[in-house]
Write a protein that binds this ligand. Structure first.
Ligand code: 6FA
Length: 768
C-alpha cells in the first residue's frame, strides 16, 4: 500500500456498533441525557433534544482531568460534520464548534450558537462542559445539507486526546489529531423531551428529568426455535486469506461456511456504492481502480472496520477490496526459513504458481494496453538509473529485486479490480457445498478445552444464541486479519492472560469465555511488524499531479471518465502508483534489510517553505521491508477495540538508520534530473531530522503481519500446519501468521501463503 493517511487521522466512520448508549440523569443538573460513557478514557458524551422539528440540542462532555481535549460528533463521520470540541483552561472550559472538510485540522463552523449551561465546571478530578447548541441540527456542505438523524438511530463519534491544545485560552486553537476515537449507537428518536422541560434546561434550569423506562423487545414475542446447520469447515473472514482457503476447501468437496462481518463490495457481489458518473454502468467504488484514492476522502466510508484502530477493510474481499491493489509475486525470501518460516514452507513455488494461474498480475491494466499518466514514472526512473538501478518486469523476475525498478503491478483484470473476489470467490460460490453469509460477526469460537465445537456469532437466525456448530471432525479457520483473528482468540480464552482479563472485564464478552482453567496462554498479538514508511514529496515541471485525485468522485476529468466507461481504458483503469523499486542494505548489525519505494502523482500532504506548483507534485514513499528487526504488539482495549499496544516501527534504531541511509541515497543525485525538486522535506530539514520527527502513526503502511506468528511451540501461536497450539481443530490463515515482513506489499504473498496453508490443512489427518 502507499501510505496515504496516518493512524492518527484515521477517519471517524460509523454504522451500528455493539456499544450502544442509553438514558441517564446527570445528578449535577437533573438533565436526562441520552449518551454513553466510553470505557477506556472514562469520558461521557450526552445529548438531549426538544420535540421533533427543533433546530437545537443540549449536550455534555464529562471527562477525567487527564483528558486534554475531547470532541463530540453527533453526526458520526468526521468529514463535513458538526464537531464540538472542548478542553479545560484553568477553572474554565474553552470550546468551539468546528467542521472538517478533509482529514486535517477542523476549522471554525459558522452557524451553531453555543451557550454554556450553569453546571459546566472544572475540579481536581474532572471537567464538565454542559452546553446548548442552537442551529445545530442541519447545516450546509458543498455536497448538500447534512443533519443529525434526530428521528432515527444514530452513530455519534467521539475523539479524545492526552495532548493539550496549542493555545488553551483560544477557542479556535489548533491541536494535534486525536490519540483515540470511537463510536457508539444511540437511539436519537428516543432522546427527546417535552418542550417545557427542554426550554427549562436550555435556560439554565435544573431537575424534572426522569428516565422513562424504554420498552425492550426481549421477552414476549415467541420465535420459532432455530436449528443450526453443522459445517465441516467454518472460515471466518473474506479477505485474501479466507477467500483462497474457502475456495480450496470447497473444491476438495468439504462442506464450507464462509462468514464475513461486512457487506458486499464489487457490483458482482451485490455492492451498489459508486459515484454518479458511473450510474447505469454496474460499477462501484470497489470496481473502478482509479477511484482508489477516494477511499480516504469519502464522507461515508462504511468499508473501514469500526472497531479496529488502524485502517482495515470490513467487507467482501477484506483489504483487497479497498487497497492500492499492488500485487507482487513472492521471491524466495518471503518464505525462507531464515525469515522465520518452518523449513516445510521453504518451497513456495507450486503454491505461487497455483495463485498466478487463478490471478495473473498486470502492469498495463488499461484494456488498450497503453500506460497513462506516466510522467512520475519517467522522472523517478531517471533518478534511479543514475544510482545504478535496472528496469525490469518485476513479477517476471521476483528474485531479482536489488537495484530494480519497474511498472507497478496490480491484481486488475479487464480494467477492473479483480483480486481474490473476482477469482477464488467466484468459483467457490458456484459450488453447492459452499455457503456464504455476510454481515455475520464472529465473536469467539466455542470450545471444550482443546476441542472447538463451533463459532458464536451475532446472528441468531443461524443457530441458537448465534452458535453455528461443526460436524464431528469439523474445523474452524480464522481469516479475520492481523487484528481480527487475535481478537477472536482473546475472546475465546486464547492469548496472553492480560488480554483475556480485558475480555473477562467486558460485560458482553465475559460470559462467553471458557473457565480460566481452560485458558490457553499463547503469544497472540506479539511479534507484529509493518513496513515503516516515509513520504517524500517532489515537484517536476513534466508532472501532471492529476488534481491530487481530489475530483475523481464528483467531478472527474470528463475525457478520462468517458474513456473508462466506454471500454475500461485510460487513467481510471489503474490505481495511483506508477513505479516501484527495491534495494538491499546491510545494517550495522550485519543483517540485510530491504528498501522498497512506490511512486505516484499527487501527495497526501505537503510541508515546505518552498513556493511550489501544486499541479506538479508527486510522492515517493520509501519503506523498509524484509529484514526489519523492529516488532510491536497489538491487543484489545476495554471496549474490545483492536489496536496497536506498541507500535512496530523503529523499535530497533538500526532499522531507522538503514531507512535514513536509503533516503539519502535516493536523493543523492537529484541535481542530475533537471527540474526535479524535493519540497518535503525542504532544504531547512535534514533527512535525519525529517525521519526523527515523523509522526509515528504516519509510519503505518497497513501491511500488518505476525500477530499469530507461525513457528515452534513456546514462541509461536500456530504450528507449521497453521493450527493453533494446544487446540485440536482451530487454524489461522491470514496475514497474522506471517513471521516477517515480505519483500513487497503483501496480499499476493498472503494468497500464496493461503494456498500452501490450505493444502497442509487438507493433508493433516483427523479432519472431516
Ligand atoms: N496490500 C497489498 O498487497 N497491496 C496494496 O496496495 C495494499 N494497500 C493497502 C491499502 O491501501 C490499505 C488502505 C490497507 C488497509 C491495506 C493495504 N494492503 C495492501 C494490505 C492488504 O490489503 C492486507 O495485508 C490484506 O488484505 C490482509 O489480508 P487478510 O486476509 O489477512 O485480512 P483482511 O483484513 O484483508 O480480511 C479480513 C476479513 O475478515 C475482512 O473482510 C473482515 O471484515 C473480516 N472479519 C474480521 N473480523 C471478523 C469477525 N469477527 N467476524 C467475521 N468477519 C470478520
Amino acid at each position: 500500500m502507499l501510505v496515504r493517511l496516518a493512524l492518527s487521522i484515521l477517519p471517524l466512520v460509523g454504522t451500528a456498533l455493539s456499544q450502544a448508549g442509553g438514558p441517564y440523569t446527570d445528578p449535577d443538573n437533573g438533565i436526562t441525557f441520552w449518551g454513553y460513557t466510553e470505557p477506556v478514557h472514562g469520558v461521557t458524551y450526552g445529548y438531549v433534544f426538544p420535540p421533533l422539528g427543533g433546530t437545537e440540542f443540549i449536550g455534555e462532555i464529562v471527562a477525567p482531568i487527564a483528558t486534554k481535549w475531547a470532541g463530540a460528533v453527533p453526526g458520526g463521520n468526521m468529514l463535513q460534520n458538526l464537531l464540538l470540541v472542548a478542553w479545560p483552561n484553568g477553572n474554565s472550559i474553552v470550546r468551539s464548534a468546528r467542521i472538517a472538510t478533509d482529514y486535517l485540522q477542523p476549522t471554525a463552523m459558522s452557524g451553531p450558537v453555543l451557550t454554556d449551561l450553569p453546571s459546566t465546571k472544572v475540579n481536581s478530578t474532572h471537567w464538565k462542559w454542559v452546553y446548548r447548541c442552537q442551529n445545530c441540527i442541519s447545516w450546509s456542505t458543498p455536497t448538500g445539507t447534512k443533519s443529525i438523524p434526530v428521528d432515527a438511530f444514530g452513530v455519534p463519534a467521539w475523539a479524545w486526546s492526552s495532548v493539550a491544545v496549542d493555545s488553551p485560552s483560544n477557542p479556535q486553537s489548533t491541536f494535534l489529531e486525536h490519540n483515540d476515537f470511537g463510536f457508539f449507537g444511540l437511539d436519537y428518536a428516543a432522546a427527546h423531551v417535552s418542550a417545557s422541560l427542554y426550554n427549562n434546561w436550555a435556560a439554565g434550569g435544573t431537575g424534572g428529568g426522569t428516565i422513562t423506562p424504554t420498552t425492550t423487545s426481549t421477552s414476549t414475542t415467541s420465535q420459532p426455535p432455530v436449528t443450526a446447520t453443522p459445517y465441516d469447515y467454518i472460515v471466518v473472514g473474506s479477505g485474501p486469506g479466507g477467500l483462497v482457503t474457502a475456495d480450496r476447501l470447497s473444491e476438495a468437496g468439504k462442506k464450507v461456511l464462509l462468514l464475513e462481518r461486512g457487506g458486499p463490495s464489487t457490483w458482482e457481489t451485490g455492492g451498489r456504492y459508486g459515484p454518479e458518473w458511473t450510474n447505469g454502468k454496474n460499477l462501484t467504488k470497489f470496481d473502478v481502480p482509479g477511484l482508489f484514492e477516494s477511499m480516504f476522502s469519502d464522507g461515508n466510508p462504511f468499508w473501514w472496520c469500526k472497531d479496529v484502530n488502524v485502517f482495515a477493510g470490513c467487507l467482501m474481499g477484506g483489504g483487497t477490496s479497498i487497497n492500492g491493489a499492488l500485487y507482487w509475486i513472492s521471491p524466495y525470501s518471503d518464505f525462507a526459513p531464515t525469515t522465520g518460516w518452518p523449513v516445510s514452507w521453504g518451497n513456495h513455488a507450486p503454491y505461487t504458481a497455483k495463485m498466478k494461474a487463478r490471478l495473473p498480475s498486470t502492469d498495463a491494466p488499461s484494456t488498450d494496453g497503453k500506460r497513462y499518466l506516466m510522467q512520475s514514472f519517467d522522472v523517478a526512473a531517471a533518478l534511479l538509473k543514475g544510482q545504478g538501478y535496472t528496469q525490469r518486469t518485476i513479477n517476471d523476475e521476483p528474485d531479482s529485486k536489488d537495484h530494480s525498478y519497474g511498472y507497478s503491478a496490480y491484481n486488475f483484470q479487464g480494467g477492473m479490480r479483480a483480486g481474490p473476489v473476482a477469482t477464488y470467490f467466484r468459483t467457490a460460490k458456484a459450488r453447492k457445498n459452499f455457503t456464504y453469509k455476510q454481515y455475520v460477526y464472529v465473536q469467539n469460537v466455542v470450545r471444550n478445552g482443546p476441542a472447538i465445537t463451533g463459532v458464536k456469532t451475532n446472528d441468531t437466525s443461524l443457530g441458537p444464541n448465534g452458535i453455528i456448530p461443526l460436524t464431528a471432525k469439523g474445523r474452524v479457520v480464522l481469516s479475520a486479519g492481523a487484528f481480527g483473528s487475535p481478537r477472536i482468540l482473546f475472546r475465546s480464552g486464547i492469548g496472553p492472560t492480560d488480554m483475556i482479563n480485558v475480555v473477562k472485564n467486558n460485560a458482553e464478552a465475559a460470559p462467553n469465555l471458557p473457565p480460566q482453567a481452560q485458558w490457553i496462554n499463547l503469544p497472540v498479538g506479539y511479534n507484529v511488524s509493518d513496513n515503516p514508511s516515509i513520504n517524500l514529496v517532489f515537484t517536476h515541471p513534466s508532472i501532471d499531479a492529476y488534481d491530487n485525485w481530489a475530483p475523481i468522485w464528483t467531478n472527474p476529468r470528463s475525457a478520462d471518465a468517458s474513456q473508462y466507461l466506454k471500454n475500461r481504458s485510460g487513467v481510471f483503469a489503474q490505481g495511483s502508483p506508477r513505479l516501484n523499486f527495491w534495494r538491499a542494505y546491510s545494517g550495522s548489525d550485519g543483517k540485510t534489510r530491504w528498501m522498497q519505494g512506490t511512486v505516484r502523482p499527487g501527495a497526501a500532504s505537503v510541508t515546505t517553505s518552498y513556493p511550489y506548483n501544486a499541479s506538479q507534485i508527486f510522492t515517493i514513499t520509501v519503506y523498509l521491508s524484509t529484514g526489519i528487526t523492529s516488532r510491536g504488539r497489538i491487543g484489545i482495549d476495554a471496549a474490545m477495540t483492536a489496536r496497536p499496544l506498541i507500535g512496530p516501527w523503529f523499535t530497533d534504531p538500526i532499522d531507522k538508520a538503514v531507512l535514513i541511509q536509503g533516503i539519502n541515497d535516493l536523493i543523492s543525485n537529484i541535481k542530475s534530473v533537471s527540474g526535479l525538486t524535493l519540497i518535503t522535506p525542504d532544504n531547512k530539514t535534514t533527512i535525519t531530522n525529517y525521519v526523527n520527527n515523523y509522526d509515528p502513526g504516519s509510519l503505518n503502511s497497513n501491511h500488518w503481519v505476525g500477530s499469530n506468528t507461525i513457528g515452534v511451540a513456546g514462541k509461536a501461536v500456530v504450528d507449521e500446519n497453521a493450527k493453533v497450539f494446544n487446540t485440536n481443530n482451530l487454524f489461522v490463515v491470514d496475514a497474522s501468521i506471517i513471521p516477517q515482513m515480505p519483500m513487497s506489499n503483501p496480499h499476493g504473498m498472503i494468497m500464496s501463503m493461503a494456498e500452501q496453508a490450505v493444502t497442509k490443512i487438507l493433508a493433516l489427518s483427523g479432519g472431516p
